[in-house]
Design a binder for this molecule. Structure first.
Ligand code: ADP
Length: 158
């Protein structure tokens, strides 16, 4: 049984994330999308909303579940969930530089391997931060995010 954890803040989840999660679901038996909360960080969407949006959007994928990760160690969360793999999307050399030390640490701390999935070219420019900026300035992000995100944005424009 290959159970992988796909962690992130997903504030909000977008098509680049969805594509990586779908590819992970085709590679592993189970994928746990782990939504983090860092209490020092300010989010656009509350944890409950981020969980709901991801759950609603990912129902079409077999073997994928969505869970809150809290603000503890990712290696500890993986151990609690019985997962020994982490899946990350890689967009650029900046992602690579940031992710490699974390991957080495998770392997040394807990024997957890990190698998990188290269971002699909048409989504490699997407980040939650950029999409929030574009949406806040009135730009149309409907081709980059699932319907559940557009719905929340229209209910609570800021
Ligand atoms: P963070 O927790 O750092 O805010 P995100 O929630 O934005 O991260 O993203 C979670 C994961 O998804 C990260 O591994 C990130 O590299 C990956 N990811 C983010 N955007 C994309 C994208 N456009 N294509 C592929 N993977 C992505």
């Amino acid at each position: 049984m290959r159970r992988a954890v796909c962690p992130g803040s997903f504030d909000p989840i977008h098509n680049g994330h969805l594509e990586v999660i779908a590819r992970a679901a085709s590679l592993f038996d189970e994928v746990i999308v782990a939504i983090s909360t860092n209490y020092a960080k300010k989010y656009r969407f509350e944890l409950e909303d981020r969980l709901e949006i991801a759950s609603e959007t990912l129902t079409y994928l077999r073997g994928v579940s969505v869970r809150p990760m809290g603000d503890g160690l990712l290696a500890e969360f993986c151990r609690e969930q019985g997962a020994n793999l982490i899946v990350k999307g890689l967009r650029s050399s900046a992602d690579f530089e940031y992710e490699i030390p974390m991957a080495a640490m998770n392997r040394q701390l807990a024997g957890i391997e990190t698998v990188f999935i290269p971002a699909e070219a048409s989504y490699s420019h997407l980040s939650s931060t950029l999409l929030k900026e574009v949406a806040a300035l009135g730009g149309d992000i409907s081709s980059f995010v699932p319907k559940a995100v557009l719905k929340r944005l229209s209910e609570d424009p800021r």
